[in-house]
Design a protein around this ligand. Structure first.
Ligand code: BGC
Length: 556
């Protein structure tokens, strides 16, 4: 149920910049995992043309911007996060002209476009790594330990499992925090800095509105590359500062990039942004990435990892808002992406919780990222046969949930808000989208799909959900429409209101949001007129019944 509302008030000024309101401060940004979004040529892999053709769907959904995952020339050892040429489009995804046309078409629709930049590592097929002389200067080579250098230089483990070092034919070793096909760059070398600034300018000249900075916490390693002395390093990622993650030195790089982005934008009267993918151990350390002279946004993975419990959610929201407020930045909320178990499955396999969590997220102050398919309520696919799996972590026995950050696992998630998923690897959240029809590939493209889609997704397609007011797709559309029209949603103040145990109540200007995290109805005095709810809410004699696992927005 919606009602006519007044027009939005102007967004607040971006503190300390003098550049007017920052569009990014409350933007809803939709992640297009390109190979699984829409396929135009029938090879079963999503591509730039397919994405361009579907832009009107995203406009209609009501998002402000699109983040495209890497489409650069790559051997695809890690879904394109192994880049061999940062200025070329991989033929799998199309051509540079296709990228250009997509950016123009998005802008014509009023959508901004963010692209990935991958600065921690390149592909081992990158010309720099292929040239032994250049490679020694621009990557991290070290002699091995042991009598004949047969042992790795230190005890660091790859995020994808196994040692973080591979020995070359020449006998020395190179560092790869991810797959062996992803050698880490040497950011002590000024040529590396210059190259990435040039790459950014290349894409900015093509019109992009910003960059999602991959592994933004990884480029600088502790001097001397010291041992960690802990056998299960995966448990430490995101839980503490490590000699290879969240080193203070990374901030100088982000400051330089902010100067570049601001300078570029100022000269053209636009705002181009950087968003950090940084797995920092605390809200305070994450906030360092969004100080006024650093990047604009940083994904809040602490929120993503929070269990479905009112106290836990409240404390993570408080900590996040306090930390970002201390540096004048907005908080950037996210519940799903291509590296984690989809939140429908992660939150106990409950679509009701997923819908409620999304409405909560969209009621919070700041910006939010949506991952393709969450607007359809897609669950994680949990029965992929081994022979179709492509996640390099699956083959190296690495992290089970979350490639680069701490996963929610069954033991640590207090109320059973389990990781779920098949075994935590990342193919299950990357299955191509169902657009229409009763059978795979559900309109994904004229051919098949690179990962098999479940046989029972016919009811989840965009076509099946469109126009059905009870569908998750229409819930997202209604929420995004209200977010655009309600004064004070997005960037702005928030406070908590009294609520019974297990229930959260937060107020924004003109709106109250209730979240019942319990599995059963809770009654309370009706706080206003219901505007939108993730599950049918009833109001009788001024008493509201909040369904279990639901979120409601009330006009107050
Ligand atoms: C990306 C992952 C990727 C890893 C290595 C992450 O930040 O999101 O998909 O495997 O970086 O590039």
């Amino acid at each position: 149920m919606t009602q006519e509302l007044t027009s939005p008030s102007p967004a607040p000024q971006a503190p300390g910049t003098g550049r007017g309101p920052g569009w990014w401060r409350d933007a809803v940004i939709y992640q297009v995992y390109l190979r699984s979004f829409a396929d135009s040529d029938g090879d079963g892999i999503g591509d730039l043309r397919g994405a361009r053709e579907r832009l009107p769907y995203l406009k209609d959904l009501g998002v402000d911007a699109v983040w495209l995952t890497p489409f650069y020339a790559s051997p695809q050892a890690d879904g394109g996060y192994d880049v061999a040429d940062y200025r070329a489009v991989d033929p799998l995804f199309g051509t540079l002209q296709d990228a250009d046309e997509l950016i123009r078409a998005a802008h014509d629709l009023g959508l901004r476009v963010i692209v990935d930049i991958v600065p921690n590592h390149t592909s081992d097929r990158h010309p720099w790594f292929q040239d032994p002389e250049l490679a020694r200067q621009r990557y991290l080579f070290r002699p091995g330990k042991g009598e004949s250098g047969e042992l790795p230089p230190n005890d660091w483990e790859s995020v994808f499992g196994g040692p973080a070092w591979t020995r070359t034919d020449r006998g020395d070793w190179y560092l790869h925090l991810f797959a062996p096909e992803q050698p880490d760059l040497n950011w002590d070398n000024p040529e590396v800095h210059a190259e990435f600034e040039a790459i950014m300018r290349f894409w900015l000249d093509l019109g992009v509105d910003g960059f999602r900075v991959d592994v933004a916490h990884g480029m600088i390693k502790a001097p001397g590359l010291p041992d960690i002395g802990h056998g299960a390093q995966a448990q430490l990622i995101g839980a503490q500062v490590l000699p290879f993650f969240d080193q203070d030195g990374v901030h100088a790089i982000h400051r330089a990039w902010r100067r570049l982005l601001d300078g570029y934008g100022d000269a053209r009267g636009k705002q181009v942004i950087g968003v950090a993918e940084a797995w920092a151990p605390s809200a305070e350390r994450l906030a360092l990435y969004v100080r006024p002279d650093e990047l604009h946004q940083a994904f809040n993975f602490q929120f993503l990892n929070a269990p479905w419990q009112s106290d836990a959610l409240r404390s993570v929201i408080d900590a996040s808002l306090a930390a970002t407020a201390s540096v004048g930045a907005p908080t950037t909320w996210v519940l799903s992406n291509h590296d984690v178990v989809r939140h429908t499955t992660r939150l106990g396999g409950s679509l009701a919780r997923a819908r409620a969590a999304t409405l909560l997220m969209l009621a919070l102050p700041g910006s939010a990222y949506l991952y393709q398919g969450e607007e359809l309520g897609l669950p994680e696919v949990t029965d992929l046969p081994d022979e179709v799996r492509q996640d390099p972590a699956f083959f190296r026995g690495g992290r089970a949930t979350g490639a680069v950050g701490p996963g929610t696992d069954t033991e640590s998630a207090p109320d059973g808000a389990a990781a779920g998923g098949q075994d935590g690897f990342r193919d299950g959240c990357r299955v191509p989208l169902p657009w229409s029809g009763e059978l795979p590939p559900y309109g994904f493209g004229p051919g098949g799909s690179w990962l098999p889609q479940p046989a029972d997704w016919g009811g989840l397609t965009v076509a099946a959900q469109t126009g059905d007011p009870a569908s998750t797709l229409e819930l997202y559309r209604a929420a995004l429409e209200l977010r655009r029209r309600l004064p004070g949603l997005g960037d702005g103040p928030m406070s908590w209101a009294p609520a019974p145990d297990g229930v959260l109540a937060l107020t924004r200007p003109g709106l109250l949001c209730t979240v019942n995290t319990l599995g059963h109805d809770v009654g309370l005095p009706a706080p206003g007129t219901p505007l939108l709810s993730s599950a049918p809410v009833t109001v009788d004699d001024a008493t509201a019944q909040l369904p279990g696992d639901s979120c409601t927005w009330w006009a107050i």
